[in-house]
Design a protein around this ligand. Structure first.
Ligand code: HEC
Length: 120
C-alpha cells in the first residue's frame, strides 16, 4: 500500500511537471507574454524579466494583477493580460518561467546606439 503511494508520487513528480512546463511555454507565446517580456522571458526595455524568478513570487504577482491590483502605474498594461488567466494557467506559466531551461541564444542587448560614444 505504502509503496503504491510512493510510486504514484514519484510518477507525479517525474511526469506532471514537464507537462506543466510545456503547457506554460505554449501559453507564454499564445497569450502574447513574449511581446513585452521577450522571447526568452529575459525582459525588454521597461518590462521585467520573468525567467528564473521564484515561482511563489510570480504566482503572487499574477494573482494580484488578475485581481486588478497593481503596485505601479506600469502594471496597468499588465492587468488585461493577467485577467484572462485561470489558476491552472498561472501554475503552468510560473512553472515554465521559474524552471526556465530553454536553449536559446537570443538575449536582449540594450540598444545603446543613441547614447554615449560622443566626444565633447
Ligand atoms: C503589454 C505588455 C505586457 C504583456 C503582453 C504582458 N506583460 Fe507582464 N508585465 C508588464 C509590465 C509593464 C509589468 C510590470 C508591472 C509592474 O511594474 O507592476 C509586468 C509584470 C509582470 C509580472 C510581475 C513581474 C515583476 O517583476 O513584477 C509577471 C509575473 C508577468 N508580468 C507575467 C506576464 C505573463 C505570464 C504574461 C502573458 C500572459 C504577460 N506578463 C504579458 C507588461 C506586459
Amino acid at each position: 500500500m505504502r509503496v503504491g503511494v510512493l510510486l504514484f508520487c514519484t510518477f507525479l513528480t517525474l511526469f506532471a511537471s514537464p507537462s506543466a512546463y510545456n503547457e506554460g511555454k505554449k501559453l507564454y507565446f499564445s497569450k502574447g507574454c513574449n511581446g513585452c517580456h521577450g522571447v526568452s522571458a529575459g525582459g525588454t526595455n521597461i518590462y521585467p524579466a520573468l525567467a528564473f524568478r521564484r515561482k511563489a513570487f510570480l504566482v503572487y504577482k499574477l494573482t494580484r494583477l488578475r485581481a486588478k491590483q497593481g503596485d505601479t502605474q506600469l502594471s496597468q498594461m499588465m492587468i488585461p493580460f493577467a485577467m484572462g488567466l485561470s489558476d491552472k494557467q498561472i501554475d503552468a506559466l510560473t512553472t515554465f518561467l521559474s524552471d526556465y531551461h530553454e536553449h536559446t541564444k537570443e538575449h536582449y542587448t540594450p540598444d545603446n546606439s543613441m547614447t554615449g560614444g560622443g566626444s565633447s
